[in-house]
Design a protein around this ligand. Structure first.
Ligand SMILES: Cc1cc2nc3c(=O)[nH]c(=O)nc-3n(C[C@H](O)[C@H](O)[C@H](O)COP(=O)(O)OP(=O)(O)OC[C@H]3O[C@@H](n4cnc5c(N)ncnc54)[C@H](O)[C@@H]3O)c2cc1C
Length: 412
């Protein structure tokens, strides 16, 4: 089995821990100076060999940030792998930032709903949108990335930045529709990394600071495959928005559950619940195996399949680890209904689950449980407890803390 990054993102790839660990092992020799010098090059579909391609497994927590950091540090040490280590921390930065600013997710979803409705009524918007997502704009690089995204469910980071910038500043399309297009097609589609990155490109995350895709930069970093001179907007006027209000404090600890009858819920948000240190020993297990819709528009089948396979592998691993059967919905039964039946039949005091970050799964699970008066406790991983409090205005604050976090978590 080849482990090159483009293939890792195709729908045939395995959403399993073993597959991810093999991919990590294959990438490890490159995680030091090779990554630092070549990570910005987009060599095109089939050739994303200088980046790890680990994002789908990290996003579903089949593989943990701590697994990756520990192996990379042991192979290269901190200085040689600093650039790669920082990129891994960007994920925690965006996750922590969004958790502290739930208003951003709420507004994004509400604006997106309005934009999707506008596609029904505004023929010009609908035409321009269709040209963009079908890869028919006439801008070669953009059209190639639109096709690569829908065919492989992956894009290189630099291509994501250029694509988002062209979408917003050259095609003048609403950023929420572009973020939704990404979110529904990436195997690594992540509420925080995706939404915050689009906002960063548009000049909302760091107010007033935009990312402009420049033809010469695209030509250089695609080895001359594309040459969009004269086709792209020469400037990027920042998007604006009403004030977001204050940063909301987060509770990252959880109550003592000693003496309570606990059931463990497995979701696609964290597919290694058997590897959460503080997880109480459960009396019953349940896996939410239905794909949770990411949007009003359809999610790519390969993306749903990956998530379902990830949860199934997590359910199997939890079953083996705790030595009890993991209940899954019967064929044709919705996970929400099956979850409620399981909780009642198991006579649980409380349902525990690894923390579900903001996004459709959290909303779906918590609304199901609250409708039926079932209580839920989320367990936050030590990595998130260590990283999220430092996700403040810019990445720099977290960047300074990386060596201390690595030491505190015993990763080196
Ligand atoms: C507009 C836009 C949308 C994006 N949407 C997503 C998304 O939905 N899901 C997602 O996981 N990433 C997203 N990213 C971040 C980044 O592009 C991907 O994480 C990265 O390209 C994944 O490829 P890789 O695993 O080969 O990364 P590598 O370069 O090998 O990095 C290793 C890991 O670090 C993390 N990482 C690297 N760069 C970033 C970054 N800039 N922000 C956050 N985490 C990072 C990822 O977990 C990645 O797997 C987005 C970036 C942009 C500009």
């Amino acid at each position: 089995m080849s482990l090159f990054a483009d293939e890792a993102h195709a729908s045939t790839n395995e959403a399993t821990y073993d597959f991810a660990q093999k991919r990590l092992d294959a990438f490890l020799p490159l995680a030091g100076r090779v990554y630092a010098s070549q990570r910005n090059h987009d060599f095109g579909p089939g050739a994303h060999t200088k980046v790890s391609g680990l994002s789908p497994w990290l996003r579903h927590r089949l593989l943990l940030e701590t697994d990756v950091l520990r192996d990379v540090l042991s192979r290269h040490g901190f200085s040689a792998a600093e650039k790669f280590i920082q990129e891994v921390f960007w994920r925690g930065y965006f996750k922590g930032w969004l958790e502290h600013h739930p208003e951003v997710w709420k507004r994004y979803r509400s604006n997106l709903m309005n934009q999707i409705q506008a596609l029904e009524t505004d023929a010009s918007l609908a035409r321009r949108y269709e040209e963009a997502v079908q890869g028919n704009t006439g801008i070669d690089c953009f059209d190639a990335w639109a096709q690569e995204l829908t065919q492989t469910h992956y894009l290189h980071n630099h291509a994501r930045m250029w694509f988002a910038s062209i979408w917003i500043f050259t095609l003048n399309l609403p950023w929420e529709l572009g973020a939704d297009f990404f979110y529904r097609h990436f195997l690594d589609g992540d509420a925080a990394s995706n939404t915050c990155s689009w906002r960063w490109v548009g000049g909302l995350h760091t107010a007033g600071k935009t990312y402009l895709a420049r033809p010469a930069n695209i030509e250089d970093y695609t080895q001359g495959r594309f040459s969009p001179a004269g086709q792209l907007s020469p400037d990027a006027i920042p998007l604006t928005e009403p004030d977001l209000g204050p940063r909301i404090p987060l509770a990252l600890d959880h109550p003592d559950l000693a003496g309570q009858r606990v059931g463990l819920l497995v979701t696609a948000e964290d597919c290694a619940p058997h590897r959460v240190e503080a997880m109480p020993r459960p009396e019953a297990l349940f896996a939410w195996t239905d794909p949770v819709p990411r949007s009003l528009r359809p999610t790519a089948a390969a993306v749903d399949d990956f998530a379902v396979q990830a949860v199934t592998q997590a359910a199997d691993a939890a079953q083996e680890h705790f030595g009890i059967n993991c209940v899954r919905p019967e064929p044709g039964e919705a996970s929400a209904d099956a979850l409620v039946n399981w909780a009642r039949q198991s006579k649980l005091d409380v349902i525990v689950t690894p923390r579900m970050p903001l996004g459709p799964t959290r909303r779906m699970v918590l609304s199901t449980l609250s409708k039926h008066d079932l209580s839920c406790v989320e367990i936050t991983r030590p990595y998130d407890q260590a990283v999220w409090p430092h996700a403040r205005a810019g990445f720099f604050g977290l960047k300074k803390k990386i060596p201390a976090i690595i030491a505190d978590l015993g990763l080196l």
